[in-house]
Design a protein around this ligand. Sequence first.
Ligand code: G
Ligand code: G
Ligand code: MN
Length: 412
Amino acid sequence: MKLPIASSERPSMFPYSGIDVSKLRRAIERRKIYPMFQPIVALPNGAVAGFEVLARWQDEEIGAVPPQHFIRLAEQEGLIGQLMAQLIEDACTSALLWGGNFQLAFNLSPLQLADDTLPTQIETTVGRTGFPVSRVQLEVTESTPINDLGDAKRLIKRLQNIGLQIALDDFGAGFSGFARLQSLPFDQIKLDASFVRSMTTSRNSRKIVSAIVGLGQSLGIPVIAEGVETIQTAWMLTKLGCEFGQGYWYGRPSRANAIPAILETSGEHVHETSPLNLSCNLRMAQLNAIYANAPIALCFVDMRFRFVSANQKFAELIGVDLNSIIGRRVQEVRPDTIPLLISVLDAISQGRVPPPSECVTPDGNRVLLSTVSVAYDEDNEVVGISVATIDITNHKSSVATREFGRPPAGGF
Ligand code: G
Ligand code: G
Ligand code: MN
């Protein structure tokens, strides 16, 4: 199948004057284009879950030909199917020798999604090597238009029926990611490197990454973050609940003969039927459970001292209705706590941990001890203050009784 591209567009697209279709055809025939393998790892521990297969062409005369160029040329000249079949054959044959249970992911040209014969071709090619087809994944990029989403959907379903998994590649890089995610039944989302690379320096990127990880979680589709280049990024992604990562931090694309050593050092990820859930949703459910049943009073206030959450014990302790305080300012509910709030803000602004503090209830009957913890987001920005309060009236009175032989003034 040839891509209908005006010939006038071609010169600017191929500054590598040394490449033309006959050179490409010869390179394919002589197997000068070969697969490299880049690890995809489980984020909490870096164990290898799979490899993305990336095509490389090392030409004797012109040196390394960038994949964008020869892939595009192969697409235009109707050679992409043949090139892919060879890569699958070479990659699966090598991978079979390494043992293990990792996945192999191949990039599919969006053009190939219109090719009715693709499922049979892939099944036959993979089958010939003896590599299990259930361990093969295909990546479909977001960034190129798909003419007929209906046709693409039927083809993806057929591919999934023979056991292949389909990932949405470069998610966020184009304009149609959400539309594609909604209309095609993807098994995985690969989050584009552009957001991942800037997430340690840009708050917006970080928020976008966090939202896309959450999107994957609510759709029940694992997210693979691409372009993980530093340990800081890996750590931040883990905290956000992202399941998988890929990038130079974990390994560059490597030749087949280097892979057994990589598998040996990194270990293999065990594909669980129900993976460890590190999502924010789960952590929220966990916190809610603690909140509801804690024997102490808990509340969380934002940086403007508005109640974001509180538990029943807290409401009882300060004598208000739980449902009436969310969104209200602390000083409005308990004006007597203003000096305490000021000292807490003071401590935070100086980077100190606010010390535990005592206060007496407005009726003067009870003594409360509050421990304040500052809550930070994944970027170490202060997002609020968590307060745990216990009633120490009895403790106080017994100490007082022991020391003075009589209860303190105030009636306890
Ligand atoms: O690592 P890298 O420079 O290989 O990749 C450049 C681009 O080429 C990426 O968008 C990648 O998806 C694409 N690419 C690499 N190998 C293949 C391949 O075998 N088939 C297709 N269709 N695209 C590939
Ligand atoms: O479009 P696709 O996501 O398939 O492209 C993968 C491309 O990203 C390949 O060219 C690969 O070599 C490249 N790549 C993989 N990991 C990293 C990384 O950590 N940093 C950068 N800059 N590129 C990466
Ligand atoms: Mn890819």
